[in-house]
Design a binder for this molecule. Structure first.
Ligand code: GDP
Length: 452
C-alpha cells in the first residue's frame, strides 16, 4: 500500500537533503513536488492545500533556518503535518463510543462492495476478542448474498446473528435485534445495512430511518481505500444525512494510492477508526495516524538514512575535534601519558596493538622507553617549565641545556624525547581510532583538559 507515493516522497526528500541548506526557493520547489505526488495519489485538493500551507508556515520559521540539519527538520515537519491531516480536531472521536446502557450499537453505512459485510464480522471478531459480547444484524436486504455471507462469517467467528424473518424489513430486523440483544447475551450489536453502487435516495432514506429509530452511538462509514478522493463527496453526502461518527477504510492492503485515507479526515473532520488489511477476520487494525504517516513516508528507510547522515556528521565532527586535540597535544599531555603508560606493562606490546601505520609504530616502539628510560623522560619533562611543556617550540638550545642539567641528561636526550613527542602527535592526527583503542586499553590519549 502507498508504495507509489512513498517512493515519490522519498525521492523528493533525498533531493532536498542533498542541498544542505533550506532556502525559500528550495522549500517552494519541494512543496511543488510534494503537491504533484499527492495529486497523483488522488488526494483531495482541499486536503493538499491545508497540508502544504502548514508545512510552508513551519518550514519558513526560524527553527528550521537555524537548524544544523534543515533537511531533516523539514522531513519531521512533513511527518507531523501528515499525522495532523490524519487526526481529527476532536481526538475523543477516534474511539468507539460505548453506550451508557447496553447494547452499544454500531451502524455501518457505505456503498455496495466497499466491504461493509466483511467489516461487520471483523468488528464483531475484534470486540469479541476484546471481551465484549457482540451480535451481528443482517439488515442488507438489497445485495442478494449479503445475508448468507454474514451468516457464514458469524458462524465462523461464533457470534449470534439476527436475520430478517420472511417479509421483515431492514428497519424491523434492526429494532427487533436491539430489543432482544440482552436476552441473546449481546451487549454490542453491529448493523450491516444495504449499500448501492452509488448514492441513491431510497438507500439514504432507509438507513436514515434506521438511524433515527435505533439511535446508534456509532455510525461508521465504510470506505474502500482504493476509492481515491471521490470518496470525500460520498462521505459528505452520508454525513449530512446521518451525522456519521467515523469511518473505516477497507482494503488498505491493496495497492491503494492513499487518496481516500489522506483526504477523509482533513476534509470532513471525521476520524478513521479502523483500517481493513485483509479479507480475513483478523484483518482489521485500529487506525494510528502516526503509524500510517510513517508508512506513507517510508519512515523506516528515511530514519535509517537520517541515522546514517547523523553518524557521518558526528564522525566528521569527531575527526575535526581529534585534529584540534592532536594539534594542541603538548608536552604536558605527553607527561600525563607517560605516567599512565608507566603504570601499564610493556610499551612495545601496547604500541603494536594500536591501529595505524606499521612503520611509524615500529619507529615509536624502537624508541619506546623501558622502566629506566621512563624515569629519565619524566625527569626531563619535569625539568621544563609548564609553559615550555605547553609550547615545546620555546625549547631552544639554551633551554635544552638548562633542562639537561636539571634532569641529569644530555641535550640529545631532550631531542630524542621531542622526536617521540612529534611522532605521537602525528599518529594521533592520522589515526581516528587511536583514541578509542587507547581508551579501551585504559589509557587516555587525549587527557581531559580543554583542547584550546
Ligand atoms: P459490501 O457489499 O460492502 O458488504 O462488501 P463485502 O463485505 O462483500 O466486500 C466486498 C469484497 O471486498 C469482498 O470480496 C471482501 O472479501 C473484500 N474485502 C473487504 N474488506 C477487505 C479488506 O480489508 N481487504 C481486502 N483485501 N479485501 C476486502
Amino acid at each position: 500500500m502507498f508504495e507509489s507515493i512513498t517512493e515519490k516522497l522519498q525521492g523528493i526528500f533525498k533531493n532536498l537533503r542533498g542541498q544542505g541548506k533550506l532556502t525559500e526557493q528550495n522549500i517552494e520547489e519541494t512543496l511543488k513536488q510534494i503537491r504533484a505526488s499527492l495529486l497523483e495519489a488522488d488526494v483531495h485538493l482541499e486536503a493538499i492545500q491545508k497540508f502544504l500551507e502548514k508545512i510552508k508556515q513551519k518550514s519558513l520559521g526560524k527553527e528550521v533556518a537555524l537548524s544544523l540539519t534543515p533537511g531533516q527538520v523539514f522531513i519531521k515537519i512533513v511527518q507531523s503535518e501528515l499525522i495532523n491531516i490524519l487526526t481529527p480536531k476532536d481526538k475523543t472521536s477516534t474511539r468507539l463510543k460505548f453506550a451508557p446502557a447496553p447494547p452499544t450499537l454500531i451502524l455501518l453505512a457505505g456503498l455496495q462492495g466497499s466491504g461493509k459485510t466483511t467489516t461487520a464480522a471483523k468488528l464483531a471478531y475484534y470486540y469479541k476478542k476484546d471481551g465484549r459480547k457482540p451480535g451481528l444484524v443482517a439488515a442488507d436486504l438489497i445485495r442478494p448474498a449479503a445475508i448468507e455471507q454474514l451468516e457464514v462469517l458469524a458462524s465462523q467467528i461464533q457470534v449470534p446473528i439476527f436475520k430478517p424473518a420472511a417479509g421483515e424489513k431492514a428497519i424491523e430486523v434492526c429494532i427487533r435485534a436491539v430489543k432482544s440483544a440482552l436476552e441473546s447475551n449481546c451487549n454490542m450489536l453491529i448493523l450491516d445495512t444495504a449499500g448501492r453502487l452509488h448514492v441513491d435516495e431510497s438507500m439514504m432514506s432507509e438507513i436514515t430511518s434506521i438511524a433515527q429509530r435505533v439511535k446508534p452511538s456509532n455510525i461508521l462509514f465504510v470506505a474502500d481505500a482504493m476509492a481515491g478522493q471521490d470518496i470525500v463527496r460520498v462521505v459528505t453526502t452520508f454525513h449530512n444525512k446521518l451525522h456519521l461518527t467515523g469511518t473505516i477504510l477497507t482494503k488498505a492492503d491493496s495497492d491503494a494510492r492513499g487518496g481516500a485515507i489522506l483526504s477523509i479526515t482533513s476534509t470532513t473532520e471525521l476520524p478513521i477508526l479502523f483500517v481493513g488489511t485483509s479479507e480475513k477476520m483478523d484483518g482489521l487494525e485500529p487506525f494510528y495516524p502516526d503509524r500510517i504517516a510513517s508508512r506513507i513516508l517510508g519512515m523506516g528507510d528515511i530514519l535509517t538514512l537520517i541515522e546514517k547522515i547523523e553518524k557521518n556528521n558526528e564522525k566528521q565532527q569527531l575527526d575535526k575535534l581529534k585534529l584540534a586535540q592532536a594539534k594542541s597535544f603538548n608536552l604536558n599531555h605527553f607527561l600525563d601519558q607517560l605516567r599512565q603508560l608507566k603504570k601499564m606493562g610493556s610499551l612495545q606490546d601496547m604500541i603494536s596493538m594500536l591501529p595505524g601505520d606499521v612503520q611509524m609504530k615500529n619507529q615509536i616502539a624502537q624508541n619506546a622507553p623501558n622502566e629506566k628510560k621512563f624515569n629519565q623522560l619524566e625527569a626531563i619533562l619535569l625539568s621544563m617549565t609548564p609553559q615550555e611543556r605547553q609550547f615545546p617550540q620555546l625549547l631552544d638550545g639554551s633551554r635544552k641545556k638548562r633542562i639537561a642539567q636539571g634532569s641529569g641528561t644530555r641535550p640529545e636526550d631532550i631531542n630524542i624525547l621531542l622526536k617521540q613527542y612529534d611522532l605521537m602527535k602525528k599518529m594521533m592526527k592520522n589515526e581516528n581510532h587511536a583514541e578509542k583503542l587507547l581508551r579501551q586499553m585504559g589509557m587516555n590519549a587525549f587527557p581531559k583538559r580543554p583542547p584550546f
